[in-house]
Design a protein around this ligand. Structure first.
Ligand code: CA
Length: 413
């Protein structure tokens, strides 16, 4: 699923690829006369492309006439925070006492939960976690005209093929008659309804959760939650298994195993890894292949991630997002806070992140394209470099690691 990849990037790292941003017109270009000309040029071209793709002239005239770019979308699309939000800040901001209390109250509030759990095998606590993260339990869905937002993004150009594809899908939804243009509202990036899905995801995977024959992800919580359950099932959710367990790694643990082998809990226990709450593994979880991960480095909490963690990542490919959904679900179900607290993390600037990536490349540890996004490639390269220098190979890019990498890298290109 290509759902909100850019939003996830912004959320997970606070950054968008610098190379891509360099090609983006400034929002101010869209605000003045020249910007409107730019939009009109795109609109005329798109009209022809949409006709060729089979959209009727009547639909295009109805939906596109008088359309203007939305300056709020342009500004949000160009906005890039200089500093990446650390995972601990993201998690701590996501798991508030108030949100936990609301989530617990929602567990018994929706009659359809039992049939949704039965049909899709996804527990209500996970669905309520998604609901909380996506729209504050339906309260914050976004009230922007999805057609106008997508048209603005297409005209801006950076994600034109994606935005035009979502526009064409939006026309198919409108042609079905199930949803009106007035109802087709969402975030600035086109994510719609209580679980913030794109038009393409709506068309392919939305379901009716309350049995009225309509798929109303805006007005019906059961429809939105059943749709989320369907998406998680399509993403590989495994009925009866958990999503992750907090663990404690022993002294001297090889953090180079992070994001590496997929092994059952007994394999990890043989390496000295144990559940942080000292609980026993369920029979289902005991047979599940788990990935070790310490998202904020060796000094922070560690997890064995079960396959269901990666099903959440299919929904929204952000480690921090998937952790927040799972940790919220645990709290809704009566669990307590993590045994190992999140450490204090210092946000890194785009320059620091890109310098670290360039240094790794110069030192012969290929992190992939230096783009300021600290993804799995950067972390694996850093782990290899750390291991080669006798450091804990946790792949965690701290200010200290940036300093060491800058000092170690040869000067010049
Ligand atoms: Ca319905």
């Amino acid at each position: 699923m290509d759902r909100r990849v850019f939003l996830h990037l912004a959320v997970a790292t606070g950054a968008l690829p610098a190379a891509a941003l360099a090609q983006t017109p400034k929002p101010s270009d869209l605000l003045g006369v020249s910007g409107e000309a730019y939009f009109t040029t795109w609109l005329n071209d798109f009209y022809a492309r949409a006709l060729a793709a089979g959209v009727s002239r009547a639909m295009l005239d109805q939906q596109l006439s008088g359309l203007s770019p939305d300056p709020r979308v342009a500004a949000l699309d160009a906005g890039q925070p200089e500093f990446a939000k650390p995972v601990s800040d993201y998690i701590n901001g996501s798991i508030s006492p108030g949100r936990i209390a609301i989530g617990r109250a929602k567990r018994g509030s929706i009659a359809a939960f039992a049939s949704i759990e039965q049909t899709y095998g996804v527990p209500r606590d996970i669905l309520i976690g998604v609901w909380a993260m996506e729209s504050g339990f339906g309260a914050i869905q976004g009230d922007m005209d999805v057609i106008r937002s997508l048209a603005t993004l297409a005209a801006l150009g950076r994600r034109r093929p994606w935005a035009e594809s979502e526009l064409l899908t939006s026309f198919r939804i409108l042609a079905s008659g199930e949803v009106s243009r007035a109802r087709l509202r969402g975030s600035w990036a086109g994510a719609m309804g209580q679980t913030q899905i794109l038009p393409s995801t709506y068309l392919s995977s939305a379901v009716d959760g309350d049995g009225d024959g309509k798929k109303d992800i805006w007005g019906s919580a059961p429809d939105a939650l059943a749709t989320a359950a369907n998406l998680l099932k399509l993403g590989g959710w495994r009925r009866g298994e958990g999503w992750a367990r907090e663990v404690i790694a022993p002294h001297g643990f090889d953090f180079g195993l992070s994001e590496g082998p997929k092994e059952i809990p007994a394999w990890w226990m043989a390496k000295g890894v144990r559940r942080a709450d000292n609980g026993a593994w369920s029979s289902a979880d005991s047979a599940a292949p788990c990935v070790f991960m310490a998202p904020s480095g060796a000094g922070g909490p560690a997890f064995l991630l079960l396959p269901n963690h990666f099903a959440i990542r299919k929904y929204n490919n952000s480690i921090a997002y998937a952790l927040a959904v799972g940790l919220l679900a645990d709290r809704f179900g009566g669990g307590g806070p993590l045994v190992t607290p999140w450490p204090h993390e210092t946000p890194l600037s785009l320059t620091e992140r890109m310098d670290a990536q360039s240094a790794l490349a110069k030192l012969g540890f290929n992190p992939g394209e230096p783009d300021g996004l600290v993804g799995v490639g950067t972390r694996q390269a850093l782990r290899a470099w750390q291991a080669a220098h006798g450091l804990a190979a946790d792949g965690y890019l701290s200010p200290d690691m940036v300093r060491r990498l800058r000092a170690a890298a040869p000067r010049g290109a």
